[in-house]
Design a protein around this ligand. Structure first.
Ligand code: PMV
Length: 311
């Protein structure tokens, strides 16, 4: 048994395909390594949990942590009945579409396995994270769990084998948090209702979102045409608005990004609050958009590049 063990996991960003992915269309999701979760596991007289969002014994954990509670109990039972202190330090904002629940789960699982000096395969880690996500979110597509566990850009289609994406060139993004918790659960539920009530109108939108992901993938893997990918992202945003998963807080930031030279912008993740993502040409452009988003009242802004160190 280690005296102190640490587990680390990164957040994720869905570049395109959210919501459509629930209905079998593809999504592109990448690790967002500017927001990470670190968990320290140490010996303790009683098993306890410490974090910015909850402090106390496992038994007292609030319902929004039910998934984490269950897998922690199961893992402790499986690996050793010894009590531990689990200390989670996270800079992934909770419930903002950045995969915080999957990242927290993955970092705790990694920390516990390291503490008990047990090997942990990617498959076992993914099974645990999926189990926790199912309790936290009902019926997640699984895209968050896969991105967080692999730590690689993924082309994700439900019930299909995983494909990694290789970015041929650097792509620069500016990500901003509205500061408002995303309502993923109700947004997913409402899209389901729209599809049931009026499939003629809404089903083609889901297919179109899938086709946008297919087109964007080609650009990322060959020649990145920033203008075209930007237009596709903004087109996806229009469809997500029609599917009622956007809101005024996101649209205000999306407009500010576009007005300040972003090639395209859209919500990322569940929507209705949470985060938006914009594609920019270069670092200079990124700084201008980031300043504008800050002035527009974003709670946090990140400049993010894919295609260098995270694939
Ligand atoms: O809000 P997040 O980070 O949980 O992302 C949800 C993505 C959805 O496609 C809306 C739902 C899902 O299960 O894939």
């Amino acid at each position: 048994m280690a005296a102190l063990a640490t587990g680390i996991a990164t957040a994720k960003l869905i570049l395109c395909g959210e919501h459509a992915v629930v209905y079998g269309e593809p999504a592109i999701s990448v690790p967002f390594n500017q927001a990470i979760v670190k968990t320290d596991v140490t010996e303790a007289a009683e098993t306890s949990f410490s974090s910015a969002f909850f402090e106390g014994s496992l038994d007292e954990m609030p319902t929004f942590l039910a998934g984490i509670k269950e897998i922690t109990e199961l893992i402790l039972k499986k690996l050793g009945s010894q009590s531990v202190k689990i200390e989670v330090m996270s800079d992934v904002p909770i419930g903002r579409g950045l995969g915080s629940s999957a990242a927290v789960a993955a970092s705790i699982i990694r920390g516990l396995y390291a503490y008990f000096e047990e090997p942990l395969s990617e498959k076992v880690l993914l099974d645990w994270v999926n189990q926790s996500e199912k309790i936290a979110h009902g019926k997640p597509s699984g895209v968050d769990a896969v991105t967080v566990v692999t730590g690689k850009p993924v082309w994700f289609e439900k019930n299909k084998s995983l494909e990694l994406i290789h970015f041929n060139q650097k792509a620069h993004f500016v990500v901003a948090d509205t500061g408002i918790p995303s309502e993923t659960r109700s947004a997913v539920f409402d899209v389901g209702n729209l599809l049931q009530e009026n499939p003629q109108l809404y089903q083609p939108m889901i297919v179109k979102l899938g086709n946008i992901s297919r087109e964007i993938k080609k650009y990322f893997e060959t020649d990145l045409d920033v203008v075209q990918v930007g237009l596709l992202m903004t087109e996806a945003q229009g469809l997500l608005e029609k599917l009622t998963v956007s809101d005024a807080s996101l649209e205000k930031l999306i407009l500010a990004a576009l007005k300040n030279g972003a090639a395209g912008a859209k919500l990322t993740g569940g929507g209705r609050g949470g985060c938006m993502i914009s594609l920019v040409k270069n670092q200079e452009n990124a700084r201008k958009v980031a300043d504008a988003l800050q002035q527009e009242g974003a709670a946090r802004v990140w400049i993010f590049t894919i295609g260098e160190d995270n694939q």
